[in-house]
Unconditional design. Sequence first.
Length: 362
Amino acid sequence: MTAMSSTTLAAPAAQPVQPLHLHRRATPVPAPQGPWTVNAIQALLDKPLMDLLFEAQTVHRQHWPAGDIELATLLSVKTGGCPENCGYCPQAAEFDTGVKADKLMEVDEVVRAAQAAKDAGATRFCMGAAWRAPKDRDIEKVSALIGAVKGLGLQTCATLGMLESHQAQALKDAGLDYYNHNLDTAPEYYTDVVSTRAYQDRLDTLQHVRSAGISVCCGGIVGMGEAPVHRAGLIAQLANLQPYPESVPINSLVRVPGTPLADSEPIDPLDFVRMIAVARITMPKARVRLSAGRQQMGEAVQALCFLAGANSIFYGDKLLVTGNPDVEADVQLLAKLGLNGHRTTTTTSEGGAVESAAGACG
């Protein structure tokens, strides 16, 4: 009997144990309870850009439909000749910028412009006048404009300078929905920009507007030579308003020859994106408006701003007295990005459209 050979099967070699890594989605830092401090806002501005954008987009989607962009139209109903000395503004009478002073437009002119904006799809129509503070007779005339535009079924917005409480109430009674009055910058830097009015004057106007029951549109400008702490201070002022504005325009300075700030160093585009993101995080329910300076940004930076939470733009060839991307370019950009525009427009007393460095006077 032949012996059968047997083969011993070797046990498989032990495999090294691989550590298990769990990748958890980052959770945005919740908004602090109570007022935003300048230090807390500066900490947000200093975050790694990708982390900041993720947090801002997360906050944005918690409060707004994805891809929803408000398109706004702004008509300069009274251009130039302003007695203020805001260093960014080409409409100041003391600066030689080539802007001519016009009288207040007539009702029929404004109605034609508003109707054209509505026909183009606008839902909100903003009227800007280059005044330091309107007189009561000016308020009466603007009230007629508001009533006429309101009669077309459009939302109404105005930016007329400083208001007294009774003037704000008169505008409310005329049907005004929104009032724009920007803080421009942090209080510590304000006197470097303008000396013809105090910061408190701006805050007082905002309070009059609130007390009258009008929604607030209020933002500021960057790229005016301010330090990073002043940008944080601006956001702190806006976010700590009670309540914070329904609409927050963030403007990049349009450097107009003849203005004192014409030689200011431009803000780094990514620092501008950071401002949009921090505005979104600190004021989650506001319309954050990508405003003046878009013409200089290009499509890629604008796309990052939308990612950072911007959901409103001024739509048209001009914003008061400086350039803005034209309508067709905006339509194409929004289509490329898959964004949905709600058309709400900017024209002047001569039929063209016009932009200040602040996106709107006030």
